[in-house]
Design a protein around this ligand. Sequence first.
Ligand code: ZN
Ligand code: ZN
Length: 223
Amino acid sequence: MLQIAEGVFEIAVGFVHVHLVLTDDGVVLVDTGLPGKSRTIERALGEARKTIGDVRTILLTHWHADHVGGAAALRRRSGARTVAHAIDAPVITGAVPMPLPAVQRTLARLVTGKPEPVMVDESLSADGPVSVPGFSAFHTPGHTAGHVSYLLDRADGILFAGDAATGGGTKVRHMSRTLNADPTTARSSVAKLAALSFDVAVFGHGKAVAGGAVERFRDLAAR
Ligand SMILES: [Zn+2]
Ligand SMILES: [Zn+2]
């Protein structure tokens, strides 16, 4: 488990990151990793001297199985509230199938496993503060139609970019075009994030940017 900032930790769950944030309102998880890997998250909670029961809120960036895979089990075991964008929520709850061609849907399940559907307790339809103090949500569509990034008001701003972009330590990159539902919209979302104010950025995939992160988003948006 890697400490990103005061009370902010990055957990590698296979090829994806889960972020654990200690707040006055209990533990917040940003995304939940692949299905069947909640032991990894449980171990990380233990390292932070917390238990699953301390998780109060699960902020989901988008419906992909590598991000929502642990949500159902974690919600069941902790009683935590789940938060996601209204556009991705019906996929997360299982009300509608994954918006992929059938072949891709099958492939996705082979790579990540099939996520258990989970209730979405707080469905976001506007940018701004969410129910957890200190966090704001920004709709950053393109990777999926309902992708959201979360901004934490701590240490000059910490952006949880999900898969809106990928991290490279000193660089920020666009997610591979083939993995974005709408690559053009995804580029606009990077420009939207570049207009915010934050110092640190963490990603679903790739190394966190530890300082001056918004400048790296501005570099990418200008290219
Ligand atoms: Zn994704
Ligand atoms: Zn991902």
